[in-house]
Write a protein that binds this ligand. Structure first.
Ligand SMILES: Cc1cc2nc3c(=O)[nH]c(=O)nc-3n(C[C@H](O)[C@H](O)[C@H](O)COP(=O)(O)O)c2cc1C
Ligand SMILES: [Mn+2]
Length: 481
C-alpha cells in the first residue's frame, strides 16, 4: 500500500483512530507546545491544526506524523505493534532488499493548483509555526524535503534540512557539514553560480522518511523511496529549475541559494534533535524563492525535533543500517543493535549505540564496536558504543546499564577514539573548537561483555533458568494472576 501524498496518509491514520484535529491554536508556540504535550501522552495522535488565527481556514499544519512507531509502521506498510527487536529485523531486511525505482515524471499534479512567481511569491502566507520558546523565528520546513542536483554529474538528492521563513521571498536553510546538498551547493558556488533548489513542505511521509536517511553520494533518495513503496514516486518538473518535485506535494518552492558572500542571513536558534539549541543563531545561506506552488487547502508537514527521549522518527533505521554494515564488515554473531537518543535515521546521528554479540574470539567485541563506529550510520554525531553479550537485550536500557555496571571494568574496557565526524549541533562541542570550525569529537567504546579471556570463570547470573520459570509459572499460575 503506497501513499501518494500527505492527505492519503492522514486519512489512513484517521481510519485507525490516530488523528486529532485541533481548531484555533496559534502558530506562535501553541501548535509547538500542543505537539510536544501530545507526544508525551500514551495515545500520541497525529495532530491536524486548522483555523489558525490570522490565516485562511483550511491552511493547515500536521504534526506528530512519524514520531510514533505505530504511524512509522503505517507509512511503510508494516504491522503496527511490533517489538523493538522485530522492528530492527524488519528494517534490516527492508534496507537489504531495497531496489531503487526511479521516479515517474508526470506533466501535471495537484501541486500546480496555485502558482505564484516574482512579486506575488509570499512565503508569509502560510501558518508556519514558531515551535519552541527560544526559536529565533518561524520554520515552514521541518517535515520538508530539500531537492538539489549535482552540477557535474546529474543526479538528484533529497534531504531533510530545516527551513526558516525570513520574509516573503527569502528562506533560511541550515545544512550540516558533510550532508549532500551542502556538497552540491559548494560545487555550484565554486563555479561562481547560485545553487538551484526545490523544497516541498508536505508530501508522502515515506519520501520524507527516506530523505532523512543517508544513502551514498550519487544515490537518489527518490529512487529509494520508490523502492520502499514498491512504485515510482510521481514527480512534476519545476518550471524554473527542472528539478523534480512530488506531484502531490502540499506546498513547494523553486529558487536558488547564492554564495554566502553574496547573500546570507541570521538563521536560528532552533531547538535541535539532541535536545538543545547548540548551533545558536548564525549567518547561514538563504534561498531566494522564485516560484511558489501550493495545493488548495495546503497542509504544512511539521516535525519539530523534541527533547529526547521523545523520538523524531519512530523507526530504528539507524540500528538496522549499522547491523547490516556489521555483517558487511564480517563481524560474526551479532544478535541485536539498538540506538538510544537519535538513530532513527541511517546517518542522522547516533550518539548511543548498543551492539549485542555472542563472543567468539579475543577482540571480537572491540571489532564490533570499531565497525559500528566506522560506518556512516554509526559515525556521524556519535559518542558512545556499548557492546554487550547475547543475553542482554540491546533495546532494554535497564539491561544495558546492568551489563555496564557488572561486566565493564572502566580502566581496561573503555577505549577512546578521537577526531571523529561530529557537527555544530553537538551540544558538548567546546567553544574554541566551534569557533575554529573543528567539528570533530571523541568516542568511547564501552566493552560491557564478560571479559573474553576469563569468561568461563565469570560468575553465573542468579536469575532463574527459562525452564524453571516455565515450570513454576505453570504450577503456580493461579497465584500469579
Ligand atoms: C526530522 C529531521 C530533521 C533534520 N534536520 C536537519 C537539518 O536541519 N539540517 C541537516 O543538515 N540535517 C538534518 N537532518 C538530518 C539529515 O536529513 C540526514 O542526515 C540525511 O541523511 C541527510 O541527507 P543527505 O545524506 O542526502 O545529505 C534532519 C533529519 C530529520 C529526520
Ligand atoms: Mn543523499
Amino acid at each position: 500500500m503506497a501513499f501518494n501524498d500527505l492527505r492519503e496518509f492522514i486519512d489512513a491514520a484517521r481510519s485507525i483512530g490516530d488523528v486529532k484535529e485541533i481548531h484555533g491554536a496559534h502558530w506562535d508556540l501553541e501548535i509547538g507546545a500542543l505537539t510536544e504535550i501530545s507526544a508525551d501522552r500514551e495515545s500520541h495522535p497525529l495532530l491536524l491544526f486548522d483555523r489558525i488565527p490570522g490565516y485562511p481556514p483550511s491552511y493547515r499544519v500536521a504534526s506528530n506524523l512519524l514520531n510514533h512507531p505505530r504511524r512509522a509502521a503505517l507509512a511503510v506498510g508494516m504491522p503496527p505493534e511490533l517489538s523493538k527487536t522485530e522492528m530492527v529485523l524488519r528494517w534490516k531486511q527492508l534496507l537489504k532488499d531495497l531496489r531503487p525505482i526511479p521516479p515517474k515524471v508526470v506533466s501535471d499534479g495537484p501541486l500546480f493548483e496555485n502558482v505564484r512567481t516574482g512579486p506575488s511569491v509570499d512565503m508569509t502566507a502560510f501558518p508556519s509555526p514558531r515551535w519552541h520558546e527560544l526559536d529565533g523565528g518561524r520554520y515552514i520546513g521541518t517535515g520538508c524535503c530539500v531537492i538539489t542536483a549535482d552540477p557535474d554529474d546529474p543526479w538528484v538528492n533529497v534531504g531533510i534540512y530545516r527551513v526558516q521563513v525570513h520574509d516573503r521571498d527569502r528562506l533560511g536553510l541550515y545544512i550540516s557539514p558533510g550532508h549532500h546538498a551542502r556538497i552540491m551547493r559548494e560545487k555550484y558556488w565554486a563555479k561562481g553560480k547560485a545553487c538551484p533548489v526545490a523544497v516541498t513542505f508536505g508530501q508522502d511521509p515515506l519520501l520524507w522518511l527516506t530523505a532523512g536517511q543517508s544513502f551514498p553520494y550519487g544515490a537518489s533518495e527518490f529512487d529509494y523511496a520508490g523502492g520502499l513503496r514498491q512504485a515510482p514516486v510521481e514527480v512534476v518538473k519545476g518550471e524554473r529549475t527542472g528539478l523534480p518535485m512530488p506531484a502531490g506535494a502540499e506546498i513547494a518552492i523553486e529558487g536558488e541559494v547564492p554564495p554566502p558572500q553574496e547573500e546570507s542571513h541570521v538563521e536560528g536558534p532552533f531547538g535541535e534533535w539532541p535536545g538543545y539549541y547548540a548551533h545558536g543563531a548564525r549567518s547561514e545561506p538563504v534561498i531566494r524563492v522564485q516560484t511558489l506552488y501550493f495545493r488548495n487547502d495546503p497542509i504544512i508537514a511539521g516535525a519539530p525535533p523534541l527533547k529526547p527521549p521523545a523520538l523524531t522518527l519512530g523507526v530504528p533505521i539507524g540500528a538496522a543500517a549499522i547491523w547490516n554494515y556489521l555483517e558487511k564488515a564480517d563481524v560474526p554473531d551479532v544478535r541485536g543493535v539498538w540506538c538510544f537518543v537519535g538513530g532513527s535515521a541511517a546517518g542522522g546521528g547516533a550518539p548511543f549505540i548498543v551492539v549485542s554479540i555472542k563472543q567468539r574470539y579475543h577482540g571480537h567485541a572491540q571489532q564490533a564496536a570499531l565497525a559500528a563506529l566506522a560506518c556512516r550510520a554509526g559515525n556521524y554525531h556519535g559518542r558512545f558504543v556499548v557492546v554487550v553479550d547475547e543475553d542482554i537485550d540491546p533495546a532494554d536500557l535497564g539491561q544495558v546499564v546492568w551489563a555496564l555496571s557488572t561486566r565493564c571494568d572502566p580502566k581496561s574496557a573503555i577505549t577512546v577514539v578521537d577526531n571523529c565526524w561530529s557537527t555544530p549541533l553537538d551540544p558538548a562541542m567546546p567553544p574554541d573548537k566551534r569557533d575554529a570550525a573543528d567539528f570533530t569529537n571523541s568516542r568511547a567504546i564501552l566493552n560491557a561483555c564478560r571479559p573474553y579471556a576469563w569468561k568461563d570463570r565469570f560468575p553465573p547470573v542468579n536469575a532463574m533458568s527459562p525452564e524453571l520459570r516455565r515450570k513454576i509459572t505453570e504450577k503456580w499460575k493461579y497465584h500469579l494472576e
